[in-house]
Write a protein that binds this ligand. Structure first.
Ligand code: PEP
Ligand code: MG
Length: 877
């Protein structure tokens, strides 16, 4: 049996989106509903995939199916391609499963040639319009299909205007435009070495080829990566009879939404222009009228229009975004789709649709993009100001939101200037834990190096501060205190603005606004919580972050990274002393200084969490992050420790590692220096006992051991913890429940999880390290070379942002199964950055994890993604 690659609109329906693309499936559905749609056919996404399989060539089989359907279209419309009295003209547009606005190509007025243009002039009694359409078609076809620069055509128009002594395109007469058409064809021949294709069938096949090709243009590839759209989906091509809104005062064109896309109000919202083509509305040459005016101008058409809008919304049970054209008093709908909307509007519409009885709560939950919630929690740029700005560079969208301020070059500077009331953006090559205070003080953070799990990215997300990372085109000169972008130099007195949602950097001041959270947010999130089975915890290292997490609905802390507490100015010295100590005695002196600090942190966190579960991880610092590097720091520390500068400098040099991320970190530290684990276990337990007593909670601390790869090392560290806890309980005369578990972030731990589970009461998947070690990619350097991988389509996504379900996911599945085989009630969670990514959260739900843990600002997103996963694939408790 031969495959069917081309469908008439009357042969499809809305459920065929994967095959026909979103636009095509909806055109088919509207046709079935009896809505007036200019007819046409759809070349399927499978044909697109076949085009690529066949080495970028449309096969003869597909071409003959296209011509068969074209013949049927000619029959239904009574028009013929290239006819000298009644020519058929079509538009050729892309249409993937989901809409990718502006990413792919469109060709209008296809079918025009020297014969058809005369027929059109005669039919419309408007030769100027006919020749204007023709010259636009030649221009569009040459640019989009044949890759001839648009500019060359624009030059010809300018030359002609100068020759005729006129200022505007609209001043050119029909005769002028005819002359222009001849010039355009000459230009085409010069560029291509052949005549402009006058056979419409030729034009059609070339145009369909161009749309297929545009599926793989660079901007489409980037858009797909940002929006999680797999390359294998392909695009369909819609070939649709043209109708004209510019045939005089009884014609017109417009766009409409069935509800307000900005605020969600239930009222038709739209704009139109009489005697105009679609592009006139979009290009803003003439100011369109508000849709209500159509009711006054033409009540009959408006009534029909309103009826169709309501039919479509009722039918799709969602807000629709539609294009329509009126051709000589007859209304056509050219397209409908679920409309894009702001986060505020999305929430209001979802809640309203449930209240109007159109949707169930489960259906409504699927109507809001989890990532959209981000925009409700962070400042954004003022839309009007943003429209006027042009980005000077682009980095990774590491932490969402928008920030604007003057440039600060060091963390100290950021801190000091912010204290004086200045708005600053911290610009660094990369950040290190020492920068924490400056990062807190800055409005936003911009780094030249680093990926989505670099220090800057992780910490910024945790704090909810906007961050653009890995922006390699910026040159930072710390000494001169300047940055240079594309040859332009910016100083500490200059403003920059950064957009952590898009990764864009602007060399100017753009005002920011904090969005208001409406009551619909709470109602909607309440439904998400009723539905979801996966729990949501937060990664939080301070009482401040813990409070924020609870406000956003976190049900516990899944990861408290204790090393993050050590960078405050008044602590770092003691920590460095602990690390550089030559013997146990020296180390114990340092640890004694740190114990009360740790304990007070844990008390603050327990209090903020009000009895909710808290997982605290033992120290896991790559040593290089802590070692003193500046001479003055080494001098100060040596003095504090009562040793010489040279002695300490020697130790620092000895501690240098070539690959610190695979070096002396994680539980390896506790194996070498068990007294560190002892101190931490003591602080964790003493704090819990105190808070239980003072606040009446029943805290069950969860102590987590990082970077385990072997059961014996886990057992060694666990024994140290258990002995310490027993000792503390004895001292205090209290018994306390507690748990000891481990991170699974080394492939060996995942593969031997049945063994590991003998000693671990819980597993938390540290997918940052697990991804790093499974791929063998450095977390901090991968962004640099991944760009080439995206370009060459080896990878479509950053595996540090979106879980690699095939590889890393297999390790998680293996570990979960093996862990449960040994310990059926083992508690399973994830605390890598993927815990805040919607598709990764869905994977965790489907794999049977108990919770995800993510930065506080992603908690609402995670709650929604978990509910959506449950609706899509229900799982028992
Ligand atoms: C991880 O590796 O996924 C993790 C959570 O630990 P960290 O990012 O602190 O290495
Ligand atoms: Mg880790």
């Amino acid at each position: 049996m031969t495959n069917k690659y081309v469908y008439l609109f009357s042969e499809g329906n809305a459920s065929m989106k994967n095959l026909l693309g979103g636009k095509g499936a909806n055109l088919a559905e509207m046709t079935t509903l009896g809505i007036p749609v200019p007819q046409g056919f759809i070349v399927t996404t499978e044909a697109c995939n076949k085009y690529y399989e066949d080495g970028r060539k449309i096969s003869d089989e597909i071409i003959s199916q296209i011509f068969e359907q074209l013949a049927k279209l000619e029959e239904t419309t009574g028009k013929k391609f290239g006819d000298n009295t009644n020519p058929l003209l079509v538009s050729v547009r892309s249409g993937a499963r989901v809409s990718m606005p502006g990413m792919m190509d469109t060709i209008l007025n296809l079918g025009l040639n020297d014969v058809a243009v005369e027929a059109m002039a005669e039919m419309t009694k408007n030769p100027r319009f006919a020749y204007d359409s023709y010259r636009r078609f030649i221009q569009m076809f040459s640019d989009v299909v044949m890759g001839i620069e648009k500019r060359l055509f624009e030059n010809k128009i300018d030359e002609l205007k100068e020759k005729k002594g006129v200022e505007f395109d609209t001043d050119l007469t029909a005769e002028d435009l005819k002359e222009l058409v001849a010039k355009f064809k000459e230009l085409y021949k010069k560029e291509k070495g052949e005549d402009f294709p006058s056979d419409p069938k030729n034009q059609l096949i070339e145009s369909i080829t161009a749309v297929f090709r545009s599926w793989d243009n660079p901007r489409a590839i980037v858009y797909r990566r940002l929006n999680d759209i797999p390359g294998e989906w392909g695009t369909a091509v819609n070939v649709q009879q043209m109708v004209f809104g510019n045939k005089g005062e009884t014609s017109g064109t417009g766009v409409a939404f069935s509800r307000n896309p900005a605020n969600g109000d239930k009222a038709i919202y739209g704009e139109y222009l009489m005697n105009a083509q679609g592009e006139d509305v979009v290009a803003g040459i003439r100011t369109p009228l508000e849709i209500g005016k159509l009711k006054e101008q033409n009540p009959e058409i408006y009534a029909e229009f309103e009826g169709i809008v309501n039919t479509l919304e009722d039918h799709y049970k969602d807000m629709q975004d539609m294009e329509f054209t009126i051709e000589e008093g007859k209304l056509y709908f050219l397209q409908t789709r679920n409309g894009k909307r702001t986060a505020q509007a999305a929430l209001k519409i979802a809640v309203d649709l449930v209240e109007e009885g159109m949707l169930t709560k489960e259906q409504a939950i699927l109507k809001v993009e989890p990532k959209q919630l981000d925009t409700l929690l962070h400042p954004a740029f003022y839309t009007e100001d943003l429209k006027k700005a042009t980005p000077i560079a682009k980095g990774l969208p590491a932490s969402p939101g928008a920030a604007c301020g003057k440039i600060a070059f060091t963390a100290d500077e950021a801190k000091d200037r912010a204290a004086l009331g200045e708005d600053v953006v911290l610009v660094r090559l990369e950040t290190s834990p020492e920068d924490i205070e400056g990062m807190i003080a800055a409005k936003g953070i911009l780094t030249v190096r680093g990926g989505m799990t670099s220090h800057a990215a992780v910490v910024a997300r945790g704090m909810g501060t906007c961050c653009v990372a890995g922006c390699g085109t910026i040159k930072v000169n710390e000494e001169k205190r300047t940055i240079e972008v594309n040859g332009k130099v910016y100083t500490a007195d200059d403003y920059i603005s950064i957009d952590g949602t898009s990764g864009n950097v602007y060399g100017e001041r753009i005002k920011t606004v904090t969005p208001e959270i409406s009551g619909h947010f709470a109602i909607f999130m309440g439904w998400a919580d009723e539905i979801r089975k996966l729990k949501v915890r937060a990664n939080a290292d301070s009482p401040r972050d813990a409070k924020q997490a609870v406000e956003f609905g976190a049900e516990g802390i899944g990861l408290c990274r204790t090393e993050h507490m050590f960078f405050a100015e008044d602590r770092i010295m003691a920590v460095r002393q602990m690390i550089t100590s030559k013997d146990v005695e020296q180390r114990k002196v340092a640890l004694a200084k740190i114990l009360p600090m740790q304990k007070s942190d844990f008390i603050g966190i327990y209090e903020a969490m009000e009895g909710r579960p808290v997982t605290i991880r033992l120290l896991d610092p790559p040593l290089h992050e802590f070692l003193p590097t500046a001479d003055q720091d080494i001098k100060d520390l040596a003095k504090e420790m009562g040793i010489t500068y040279d002695e300490l400098k020697g130790t620092v040099q000895e501690l240098h590692e070539f690959n610190p991320m695979m070096g002396h970190r994680g539980c390896r530290l506790a194996v070498s220096y068990p007294e560190i684990a002892e101190m931490q276990a003591r602080a964790i337990i003493e704090a819990a006992i105190e808070v239980n007593k003072s606040k009446g909670h029943n805290i069950v601390p969860e102590i987590m051991i990082p970077l385990v790869g072997e059961i014996k090392e886990l057992k060694y560290v666990k024994d140290v913890i258990v002995a310490t806890v027993e000792e503390v309980m004895k001292e205090k005369g209290v018994t306390l429940q507690y748990k000891v578990g481990t991170m699974i972030e080394i492939p060996r731990a995942a593969l031997t999880a049945d063994e590991i589970a003998k000693e671990a009461e819980f597993f938390s998947f540290g997918t940052n390290d697990l991804t790093q070690m499974t791929f063998g990619f450095s977390r901090d350097d991968a962004a640099k070379f991944l760009a080439a991988y995206y370009e060459k389509k080896i990878y479509e996504q950053d595996p540090f942002a979106k879980l690699d379900q095939t590889g890393v996911g297999s390790l998680i599945k293996i570990a979960a199964e093996k862990g449960k085989a040994t310990r059926p009630d083992i508690h399973l969670g994830i605390c890598g950055e993927h815990g805040g990514d919607p598709s990764s959260i869905e994977f965790c739900h489907n794999t049977g994890l108990d919770y995800v843990s993510c930065s506080p600002f992603r908690v609402p997103l995670a709650r929604l993604a978990a509910a959506q996963a449950q609706v899509k694939q229900p799982r028992p408790l």
